[in-house]
Design a binder for this molecule. Sequence first.
Ligand code: SF4
Length: 123
Amino acid sequence: MGVPELKKRPCLKCSHVIDGKGCSIYEERPSSCAKFICGWLLDPNMGPDLKPDKCHVVFYQVNEQHITASCDADYPGAWRAPNVLAFLHHLARSLGPSRKVVLLEMGKTWIVSEDAIVPAETG
Ligand code: SF4
């Protein structure tokens, strides 16, 4: 994800992350980092297989209208795994027509429905 305060663009690694440890400026991290809440921590329907470090997709809420699923740049096809696909469609079904599930994969945006995943341009 992007971090505006750091001018970090989506899909680029943050200069403050330490591999295997985490954020090197955790106490002073930007507010957009501090406000971020991973959906896996909130949703009891998401099993251990959907933890972002296992499935390589992170789910989060940007606003009242959208749930976003963002693929790890190192695993761009991760959303195609059967368990992730099933959860994406489950989310779309449970949110109903007034809210959207948006899938991000290496600069591509997809819209998820109960039974399809289509590019945002045509969705
Ligand atoms: S939490 Fe820390 S490592 Fe992660 S994006 Fe923010 S500043 Fe970078």
